[in-house]
Design a protein. Structure first.
Length: 455
């Protein structure tokens, strides 16, 4: 699992998979030859099939802007070895950009993208909720854990882990924290699921916004957790919690200790992880250096990060897989102070993936930073022609910034008003309150700027 700031629904830079439309593509065409027979964006059909077959429902909740979702699709869910598990579940993928999925999101709200659910179709209750990415091996263990929770009959730490998973799946994060803590206390030292339980505990603590206890708990549990991807993820989640503590002066010792654990996770012996996962560790380290106002450290890390991403993209087997790294290449280049370095990759992605709104949306931001304002507006036009659903608000928000850079306050104001009006047409479960506050703040600032100066 990997969770970091870019996995949250923020205004701007992140992205995830190829084409996005507001109508589902034929499942048979999309998944022909795929190892797992996912149903696309039809919860009612998937639920009915699961009830009829008497097996649980496995759900991949993703979004086209989420690079980790794209990484999962390109490098994990496409793995042919998963085909032998096809009969264990009914498989559903839910694109949160689509308004038709609002009812699912209202019933099963999420905080991070991607989120994997195992749902009991008998009661429509989540048995397991796993946030972030997973390796093929981790995914298979999740299949096992979901089945065991569905069938019941487990005891001890295993039962507590299943209960903690279910509580987190229901959005009862604080109760999940208590139960998962109990599971780790009861389990033997060599428990095979210790790593995942630690990961799940860190995620639940963050979900409950117990950020300082989360950071302290990470430092407490990491020494007794086997070195693995789960260890790396727990260290990163601990640092994420530490960076979220309001009193940054008092929490510096925690940040330093957890940043050291993240550095350790990236070192020898090498922990097997995807390029996207390793990129997330770089991002968290850059965030820590920024908080310390270490400009030289930020630049050095950003340069290393960008070189790593360029090498990973060069190894990608196809344009979809290569574009996994686009948003982080853009972010690393911006942190380095060389946004132009990411432009060729995004221009190539737009050529290779002509229906994807993400490349032109990102190019619009880069062109704006480079002072190429006409190009920025044209790229934003292309993105708006392709994007639908809730993500359209982000593209409109970025258009506001372009108008401001062009000193077109009237155009910027109208665009904010258009974005707010459009947001009101969407289901409430698909509109981020944080984004709406951001739009309201932009509108207030623009209206103030438009007021004539007092004589």
């Amino acid at each position: 699992m990997r969770i970091h700031a870019a996995c949250l629904l923020l205004l701007g830079l992140v992205a995830c998979t190829a084409a996005n439309t507001n109508t589902p593509v034929s499942t048979d065409a999309t998944h022909a030859g795929a190892p797992l027979p996912f149903i696309e964006d039809d919860y009612a059909r998937a639920l009915a099939e699961a009830k009829a077959k008497g097996i649980p429902l496995f759900v991949d909740v993703w979004a086209p802007w989420c690079h980790t979702c794209r990484s999962m699709k390109a490098y994990v869910l496409s793995d042919k070895s998963l085909a032998r598990h096809a009969g264990r579940y009914v498989w559903l993928e839910v694109n949160t950009d689509l308004t038709q999925n609002a009812a699912f999101q209202e019933k099963f709200p999420i905080e991070f993208w991607p989120t994997l659910y195992v749902i009991d179709p008998r009661e429509e209750k989540p048995l397991l909720r796993f946030a972030g990415s997973a390796t093929v091996a981790q995914l298979v263990k999740l299949f096992e854990d979901g089945e065991r929770a569905y069938k019941g009959g487990i005891t001890g730490a295993e039962a507590l882990l299943a209960r903690g998973d279910a509580l987190y799946g229901e959005g009862r994060s604080a109760e999940a924290v208590e139960t998962l803590t109990e599971a780790l206390a009861e389990a033997p030292a060599d428990w095979s699921r210790r790593g995942r339980a630690v990961e799940s505990l860190m995620t639940a603590m963050y979900g409950a916004m117990q950020v300082e206890p989360c950071a302290k708990k990470a430092l407490e549990l990491l020494p007794g957790t086997p070195r693995s991807l789960s260890w790396a993820n727990a260290s990163m989640m601990g640092l994420m919690c530490a960076l979220s503590i309001p009193d940054q002066a008092a929490s510096k010792e925690l940040r330093v200790a957890l940043e050291a654990r993240v550095v350790e996770a990236m070192g020898a012996p090498i922990i097997e992880m995807s390029g996207d996962d390793r990129s997330g560790l770089y991002e968290m380290r850059v965030g820590a250096r920024e908080l310390e106002k270490d400009e030289a450290g930020v630049k050095a890390l950003a340069g290393e990060w960008l070189a790593f991403l360029e090498a990973e993209a060069a190894k990608a087997p196809n344009p979809d897989a290569r574009s996994v790294f686009d948003s982080h290449r853009m972010l690393a280049a911006m942190k380095l102070g060389t946004p132009e370095r990411a432009v060729p990759a995004l221009e190539q992605s737009e050529k290779d993936l002509p229906q994807d709104y993400n490349p032109p949306a990102r190019l619009a931001t880069l062109y704006r930073l480079l002072g190429r304002l006409d190009d920025a507006l044209a790229a934003n036009d292309r993105a708006l022609a392709r994007v639908k659903g809730s993500r359209r608000i982000n593209v409109l928000s970025n258009r506001v910034d372009i108008h401001v850079a062009r000193k077109d306050i009237a155009g910027a104001t109208k665009t904010v008003e258009d974005a707010v009006a459009y947001a009101k047409t969407l289901p409430a479960s698909q509109v981020s309150p944080r984004m709406m506050k951001g739009l309201e703040k932009k509108l207030a600032g623009l209206q103030a700027e438009a007021q004539p100066a007092p004589k």
